[in-house]
Design a protein around this ligand. Structure first.
Ligand SMILES: Nc1ncnc2c1ncn2[C@@H]1O[C@H](COP(=O)(O)OP(=O)(O)OP(=O)(O)O)[C@@H](O)[C@H]1O
Ligand SMILES: [Mg+2]
Length: 237
């Protein structure tokens, strides 16, 4: 479904990611790991259309999308849960979801809101609550639910687990895994929590200083625990 064909990503004058290649088929979850500053968020933002791709191509179902605007990519089925969640604190849960579904006709948006809040019942109970007063976990659920409003086929998630209790992280990943299994959603997850990432993902890509240093199945990575640590530079050797 998603093909990243040797893309390079620029931040200002600087190329922060080079020659990044990845294929992400329907229903699959790929974890993107790497130390701070490796270029993980830049890669995600480039796929979503918020940061320029200066070489290579991005294709979604065979169609080239790297010249399209972010809104056009959303329209084609690309959802983003950005680093830091970026929900609208002054709006209610319901209003945030309306913003997420702005591309949809009204009746469809209402139906979709019922579906995404069924995935996260705590959001349904807090429909009229201001998003800024939600707990961190609830805000992450809202950020995911908002991205799901347009029924994306590909979801990009940057640091889902950051600062959250394990139970909430598990709940969010269970929802994503179910969507992958049942609806063929493809997910690209940036994660700091390596163990969690390896337990939920099918495949793993490790980025360091803007280059891919390892790609393989999550099972391979789990079988050699030191491997990813080594790649992340957490351990000597
Ligand atoms: N808005 C920006 N303007 C200029 N340079 C930036 C900008 N955002 C990031 N960079 C640079 O791009 C490089 C990659 O950053 P990026 O945020 O993609 O890394 P990351 O892997 O997501 O790191 P982290 O784990 O800390 O979130 C870094 O060297 C960073 O300084
Ligand atoms: Mg980042």
């Amino acid at each position: 479904m998603l093909e990243l064909d040797r893309i390079s990503v620029a931040r200002g004058e600087l190329r922060v990611v080079r020659d990044f290649a990845l294929e992400l088929p329907r229903g699959e979850m790929v974890a993107l790991l790497g130390p701070n500053g490796a270029g993980k968020s830049s890669t995600i933002m480039a796929i979503a259309g918020h940061v320029p791709v200066v070489a290579g191509e991005i294709r979604l179902d065979g169609r080239r999308i790297d010249r399209l605007t972010a809104a056009e990519r959303t329209h084609l089925g690309l959802g983003l849960v950005p680093e830091g969640r970026r929900i609208f604190s002054d709006l209610t849960v319901h209003e945030n979801l309306v913003v997420g579904g702005y591309l949809l006709p009204r009746a469809e948006a209402e139906a979709r809101e019922r579906e995404v809040t069924a995935l996260f019942p705590r959001l349904r109970e807090r429909r009229r609550q201001r998003a800024g007063t939600l707990s961190g976990g609830e805000q992450q659920m809202l950020a995911i639910a908002r991205a799901l409003m347009v029924r994306p086929r590909l979801l990009l998630v940057d640091e889902l687990s950051l600062g959250l209790m394990p139970a909430v992280v598990d709940l969010c990943f269970e929802v994503l895994q179910r969507l992958c299994r049942e609806e063929g959603l493809a997910c690209l997850l940036v994660e700091q929590n390596t163990q969690k990432a390896l337990s939920v993902a099918d495949r793993v890509t490790v980025l360091s200083a803007g280059r891919i240093v390892w790609q393989g199945s999550a099972a391979e990575a789990r079988a050699d625990e030191a491997l990813i640590d080594r790649m992340l530079g957490l351990e000597a050797g």
